[in-house]
Design a protein around this ligand. Structure first.
Ligand SMILES: *Cc1c(COP(=O)(O)O)cnc(C)c1O
Length: 430
């Protein structure tokens, strides 16, 4: 049973023994004890309910404790929770792969199931390197990316994160050196100017012989700065990748499955990548699962190469529980209400965050799909801001100068209003 005392003692143990994301163990930020979650709300141990503005880092798109996702998980658990994928196939993996490929941009025909987003990125990079080596171009071993990106926390992924806020300094000499173009400046609504692509083209002109692939987050740079860019930039990068004979890897881990108003962010520009990573919302936020999709051409080239195989195979590859719940989450997506929901949330965010633009504490307000961002002039005191938001009945976790939300698609008008009201109140307070 939860008593005030047991909760306090758990929190104390946690603070002394358990690492949380990007925190210190000696001076940890406060944590809030969540005991259950349903629909759009997280329930704290004290009974308070919070409207979740984060969808548990982009993932819980259908909300919590969803009856159909619960059922899918329970049904699969009664069949088998896990079995190795080496030499074994199982229905949850096949059914999920079929559905995923039917949704994904046309030429993507093959799936590698990974156990997290970072691993999906590792696999994508490995595919690109093996692809180039397999066609006799092993010198094409570098990656080209754009600044302000985020691709995960493992080493190969970290090496293509923004070199400044991605902490390359801390791991100097360990991380492979890649090529960085400036982050695109034009936002989705700006008038397009072709010179936006000049820097990318110059880097390709100079280094194409040593570049295996361009990797980027399409349309939305997430954890690297919550920046939105122009679809013509994405279309232009696709064109340049072909022109200079390098692969294009689209990291759709944050943007996939409707978040930006299209099923995949690549759809805004009408392009398809050679390799695509998905994760986060793939299981509707139930458990960890990601996937790396590739074209037939990439897959056969790798398979006909010297190694003859793709050199990767995690223990929990294609975990049946995760695949079954992902299948059901994609079924919910296929039913299509996400599109109206995301458009409705986008409009409400545009309307209700706009007044914040006038405040002295605010540098910028931007909205794209069901993503609302307030960039403050100064860094946000996370502990203070979180306490304020919890008192307002919302769960919002700022980072750097950014107060941002990407709520579950099932949030109703009142949920969104509660979130935007709290954001506005915080800006006024500063
Ligand atoms: C979150 C994220 C990742 C890493 O995924 P994990 O599951 O946290 O390893 C990679 N790329 C992007 C764009 C992400 O948002």
């Amino acid at each position: 049973m939860l008593t005030f005392q047991s909760i306090q003692s758990d929190l104390l143990f946690d603070a002394q023994h358990i690492w949380h994301p990007y925190t210190s163990l000696t001076t940890p930020l406060p944590t809030y004890p969540v005991v259950s979650a349903a629909g759009t709300k997280l329930k704290l141990a004290c009974g308070t309910e919070l409207v979740d503005g984060m969808a548990s880092w982009w993932s819980a798109i259908h909300g919590y404790n969803h009856p159909r996702l619960n059922q899918a998980l329970a049904d699969q658990a009664s069949q088998m929770s896990h079995v190795m994928f080496g030499g074994i196939s199982h229905p949850p993996a096949v059914h999920l792969a079929r559905k995923l490929l039917a949704m994904a941009p046309e030429p993507l025909e093959t799936v590698f199931f990974a156990d997290s987003g970072s691993i999906a990125v590792e696999v994508a990079i490995k595919m690109a390197l093996q692809f180039q080596a397999s066609r006799g171009l092993p010198a094409k071993s570098k990656l080209l990316t754009i600044r302000q990106g985020y691709h995960g926390d493992t080493f190969a992924a970290m090496a293509v994160c923004d070199p400044v806020n991605g902490m390359h300094g801390l791991f100097q000499g360990v991380l492979p050196q890649h090529l960085f173009a400036p982050a695109p400046e034009l936002t989705p609504n700006d008038e397009w100017d072709n010179s936006e692509l000049d820097a990318m083209q110059q880097l390709l002109e100079q280094h194409a012989n040593s570049i295996a692939a361009i990797i980027l987050e399409p349309m939305v740079q997430g954890a690297g700065g919550m920046r939105f860019y122009h679809k013509n930039y994405l279309a232009g990068v696709r064109r340049l990748a072909d022109e200079y004979d390098v692969l294009l890897i689209a990291d759709e881990i944050a943007t996939g499955f409707g978040r930006t108003g299209e099923l995949f962010a690549c759809n805004h520009a009408g392009i398809s990548p050679d390799i695509m990573c998905v994760g986060k919302a793939l299981t509707g936020g139930y458990m960890t699962l990601a996937a790396t999709l590739a074209t037939r051409h990439v897959a056969t080239t790798i398979s006909n190469g010297e190694a003859g195989v793709l050199m990767h195979g995690p223990t929990f590859m294609a975990n049946p529980l995760a695949c079954a719940v992902a299948y059901e989450s994609l079924s919910l997506i296929e039913e299509g209400s996400w599109r109206a929901d995301v458009a409705r949330i986008e409009q409400q965010l545009i309307n209700e965050l706009a007044p914040c633009r006038a405040y002295n504490s605010v540098a910028d307000v931007r909205v794209f799909g069901a993503i609302g961002v307030i960039e403050m002039v100064a860094s946000v005191d996370v502990a203070k801001a979180q306490a304020f938001f919890v008192a307002q009945g919302v769960w919002i976790r700022p980072f750097g100068k950014l107060i941002y939300i990407m709520p579950p698609y099932i949030c109703n008008q009142d949920d969104i209003k509660q979130l935007t009201t709290a954001m506005q109140a915080y800006c006024l307070l500063e």
